[in-house]
Write a protein that binds this ligand. Structure first.
Ligand code: ADP
Ligand code: MG
Length: 672
């Protein structure tokens, strides 16, 4: 601003300097020549001086050296002129004519020689500049007129110069006014600019603060940038790793794609195969459905025929089994027990048993031994002492099938204590599969057949229970924990109001699905019996053990259900107390116990006979045993009685009792 202002001022100053200064001298131009000239000279000098002192800041009036020279020139000229006047050599003659003056003027001033007045007269305008620019030649003292002319000329020039200076002065004043106005304007502008400057400063301060803030922010951002750059570096590293991974994956993908294409090709061929196979399968499904129907029909027919066969064999059957002579036992006399072959010859399984009993009574007359009495018995099947457990089971496996077909089955082991009932039902010592009894074999057979029948759409489930009936009380042989060995408080109840199904309260009913589980249950029952044995002498042989397996079958596709119980009963020893024996106080309990056993066994016999004779009343309720088994006896139920016989002669009486009891049980078993 200042520079610009200076420039402007300079320009104005130059303009000012170039303008002519006008003064009031013009107005006084008509005054007396000599006095006026002097005054004008002083005035013009003053004006020149005053004009040089114009109060223009930065715009001092500058004048060129020639102007200054011009300003001072008149005074000098006057002084010279006056000097010249004083030094006028009056002795010299008047100046030559004008032409000579002009030549002298061209050659320079001459100290001597007159000058023609006509050459410098006021009427000759062409000579006027010569007065200002050239020093007039000295006039002789006597040439007053010429001197007057010179003075007039000089005055005229001064006047013109004064006029010029006046004009210049006026111009400068105007310029001054303009400059002042401009200065005012510039002052205003300066104020504005100062305000603006202050505003700008404030803004600058704000900007500075902002800048500082921004600087802090920049630092922060730089830190952030650093972090980001590190992150970027990490990311780039990661990116590189990923790129490598990607390339690996791409390679793998390409491989997979190739594999996939190969698989697709294989798949399309497989699809075609599948389509073909589906068609075949559909045809086979139809065929299978037809065959399933046929199979189902055949299965139903098989069941019907099987049942018919069992009924023809008799719903109540009696087998007789004679145990071998054990170590330490006396061998019976030959012919004591005879097993005549069947009607088809020696290969035919025996069904008859002949027991010869020698009579101890002697003939009263001759005192000779009486002849032995022979007792022949015929049963559905007779197993001599050498019969294996396997053979025995073969005969009853058909009944197990009946149980799966939905017919209740009851298998009893009857006989005196030690005749082999438990051996027949449960088997001999553990660990020998040959000695396994009916229960484990029947279970294995059941699970196996059930598995086979699952292929025909049948699903079977089994629930086992094992109780003993002692002195008309029921005890759970599968009791565990604190009830182990006790297992009392069991009652036979109907499963629900109006239900035919019977259940034993407080007894465990254990779902079983494999032989191992059944084996564990038999083991538990044995433990329970062993605990009881210590408390009550040989109670196991004085109680009935009833192993019950509830079989439930379902054919979901045809909405069929079947269910039946399979009962395997190890009866209490059938021996009787000798009525002739005198009983001590401790044996009275034994007598009551024996009476209870005999009562329940005879009730069983009566029930079986009533069923065999198809009597209207069957005395199930007369004993806990028949009451518990009533649903497994009679009707379409199958019953099998094993009569276990001791081979010893000393047990002949009990053997005969057993054989006679068994003979009553079925019409097919006959006593001769
Ligand atoms: P019960 O249960 O009728 O009292 P057991 O089954 O306990 O009689 O048999 C008595 C003994 O005779 C046992 O030692 C048993 O091993 C043995 N025994 C019974 N039957 C046979 C048999 N068929 N073969 C071998 N041993 C037998
Ligand atoms: Mg026994």
């Amino acid at each position: 601003m200042r520079g610009r202002g200076s420039r402007d001022t300079g320009t104005q100053s130059a303009a000012f300097a170039s303008r002519p200064v006008r003064t009031t001298v013009d107005m006084q131009a008509q005054r007396a020549p000599l006095m006026e000239v002097k005054r004008n000279l002083e005035l013009s000098t003053t004006l020149v001086k005053s004009s040089s002192r114009l109060p223009l800041p930065g715009s001092r009036l500058k004048r060129g050296p020639d102007q200054m020279e011009d300003g001072l020139e008149p005074a000098k000229k006057r002084t010279r002129g006056m000097g010249t006047v004083t030094k006028v050599d009056t002795s010299r003659p008047r100046g030559p004519p004008l032409s000579a003056v002009s030549t002298a003027a061209q050659k320079g001033p001459r100290k001597t020689g007159p000058r023609g007045c006509s050459a410098v007269g006021p009427g000759n305008a062409s000579t006027a500049p010569a007065v200002a620019g050239k020093k007039p030649g000295k006039r002789p003292a006597w040439d007053l007129k010429g001197q007057l002319c010179d003075l007039h000329e000089e005055l005229k020039q001064y006047r013109e110069k004064t006029q010029t200076l006046d004009r210049e002065n006026q111009g400068l004043r105007e310029q001054l006014r303009e400059v002042q106005e401009q200065a005012t304007t510039l002052g205003t502008e300066r104020n504005t600019l100062e305000e603006e400057l202050a505003s700008v400063r404030r803004r600058a301060e704000q900007s500075q603060q902002k800048l500082e803030t921004l600087g802090a922010r920049v630092l922060e951002l730089e830190e952030c940038l650093g972090t980001k750059e590190r992150l970027v570096q990490e990311l780039q590293t990661e990116r590189l790793q990923l790129q490598e991974e990607r390339s690996t994956l791409s390679t793998q993908l390409e491989e997979r794609e190739r594999e996939f294409q190969a698989s697709e090709a294989a798949l399309s061929s497989s699809r075609a195969e599948v389509l073909c196979l589906r068609q075949k399968t559909a045809a086979q499904v139809t065929l299978l459905a037809e065959q399933g129907d046929r199979l189902y029909g055949l299965e139903m027919e098989r069941r019907r025929l099987h049942n018919q066969l069992q009924e023809l064999k008799g719903n109540i059957r009696v087998f007789c089994r004679v145990r071998p002579v054990l170590e330490g036992e006396s061998t019976p006399s030959p012919g004591f027990l005879v097993f005549p072959p069947g009607p088809a010859g020696p290969s035919d399984p025996p069904t008859r048993l002949c027991l010869s009993r020698s009579d101890d009574r002697r003939s009263t007359l001759t005192r000779a031994p009486a002849a032995a009495t022979r007792h022949d018995f015929s049963f559905d099947r007779v197993f001599p002492p050498g019969s294996k457990q396997e053979e025995v089971f073969e005969e009853i496996s058909m009944l197990v099938q009946s149980a799966l077909d939905g017919y209740p089955v009851c298998i009893f082991a009857y006989g005196q204590t030690g005749s082999g009932k438990t051996f027949t039902m449960e088997g001999g010592p553990r660990g020998d599969p040959q000695l396994e009894g009916l229960i484990p074999r029947a279970m294995r057979h059941l699970f196996s057949v059930a598995q086979e029948m699952s292929g025909q759409g049948w699903t079977y489930s089994f629930v086992a229970s094992y109780v003993e009936i002692y002195n008309e009380t029921v005890r759970d042989l599968l009791a565990t924990g604190t009830r182990k060995g006790q297992g009392g408080d069991c009652e036979i109840r109907r499963a629900g109001p109006g239900s035919e199904e019977l259940t034993v309260t407080n007894a465990r009913y254990v779902p079983v699905s494999c032989e191992k589980e059944v084996e564990a249950l038999l083991h538990l029952a044995q433990q329970n019996r062993a605990v009881a044995r210590t408390a009550q002498n040989e109670r196991s042989s004085r109680s009935h053990s009833v192993f019950q397996l509830q079989i439930s079958g379902e054919h979901a596709a045809r909405g069929l259900q079947c269910g039946a119980p399979l009962n395997l009963v190890d009866l209490a020893g059938s021996e009787r107390l000798d009525p002739g024996l005198t009983l001590g106080p401790g044996e009275r309990d034994r007598l009551r116990e024996t009476q209870a056993i005999n009562s329940s066994l005879s009730t069983l016999g009566l029930v079986i006979m009533a069923l065999s004779n198809k009597e209207s009343h069957v005395p199930y309720r007369n004993s806990k045993l028949t009451y518990l088994l009533q649903n497994s006896l009679g009707g379409s139920a199958k019953m099998l009685m094993f009569v276990n016989i001791s081979p010893l002669e000393e047990n002949v009486s009990e053997s005969l009792n057993s054989l006679r009891f068994a003979s009553k049980c079925t019409g097919t078993a006959r006593c001769f």
